[in-house]
Design a binder for this molecule. Sequence first.
Ligand code: HEM
Length: 406
Amino acid sequence: MADVSRRGLITGGVGVAALGAGFGAGWVGHSVADPADTGLVTPDAAVTGDETIAFYGDRQAGIDTPDQAHAVYLAFTLREFVDRERLQRLMRILTDDASRLTQGQPTIALTDPDMVRPPARLTVTFGFGQKVFELVGAETPAGVGDSFPAFSIDQLRPEFSGGDLLIKVASDDPITLSHVARVMTKNAKFFATVAWRQEGFRRARHAESSSTTMRNLFGQKDGTANAALGSDALAAQVWGTGDGFSPWVDNGTTFVLRRIAMNLETWDEVDPSGRENSIGRTISTGAPLTGSDEFDEPDFDARNDLGFTVIDTAAHIRRARDSDTRVRIHRSGYNYDAGVDAEGVADIGLLFGSWQASITEQFVPIQQALADLDLLNTWTTPIGSASFAIPPGAQAGGYVGEQLLG
Ligand code: HEM
């Protein structure tokens, strides 16, 4: 196979039978030689679907939580007749459903108990859009709904934008996830219509060590500079503790979801150094161009022999790093792959999720800097945008949102 050119394979210069025989022989030979390597034998120790993440608590789960392999974001539009009292009812129902499903238990009304296991670290996280605040006569947190600014790079589509109520469902198992998303949708149906539904994925659980940073579909390690889960730095960014910005409510936060299309066709044409220059990090290791390890601090002042900064003045990581260390966000990216058109052009991108105590103090300055100048903009286009206030967690017997709705 070594001397068979790639072009020859594509243009049919080599017979398909020969190709098939080559692959077939390799595969069979491999499996015969080493049966344990076929993937058919799975040690029990690798079965982790029964793992659960606590639902009740001061803060909602699914935020300072290791990102699961799959996520579905569901946004709803409240029906006309929904008032404060009906919204309370809806949130009581959904909270009860989520509290059970996340623990691998069926809901009260569920007819299909076999579908709720394994939970595989299922989390269900709720967010409120502007309409919810209007319904109860409360001030909408800055940056939620209409007060979210427009950016020059945006080409937003209504089918991926807005929404009165967000339900983020995430799990390592796509079957459980599909079922739970369906249950939540079904149980919200009387009160709300579906505004949009967006699905994303990360690396399959156990495909790599859990400490490995995931790759987006440009092949970049995505999430390196995030503060560690459970750290004080993350708590300050997301919950506004310490010197963080004040959130709209204690133990509450905000969430921004941007659907960002990635142009793989033109990205494919860029050489490796151009790709690395656009981000300011190497593709293979994720290390900054001024370092050798993924977690080395970028040196934004370092210059090359020609006197130019090693990290381009328009590189994504330079532009995204505000000089004020309080202006930080907690990013949670999920890849999306929505298929191809007849010409084979992929509809691929990133569901860019951002958690922060304050949208206007944290997310907006970063997004504004990137909209003003970012090499990555050559290949990326925000096509969806939605922002929500995330209420505190619920205690057993209570419901999510009761501080606002109760
Ligand atoms: C498809 C769009 C995007 C892609 C492919 C992308 C990719 C990346 C990559 C590869 C990194 C470096 C590794 C890391 O620290 O995660 C990074 C860093 C970062 N990105 Fe993005 N990003 C995108 C959109 C955005 C948006 C919309 C924002 C904010 C509004 C953002 C904010 C950041 C921040 C704050 C960092 C860390 C910078 C630092 O080192 O301090 N990114 N991004």
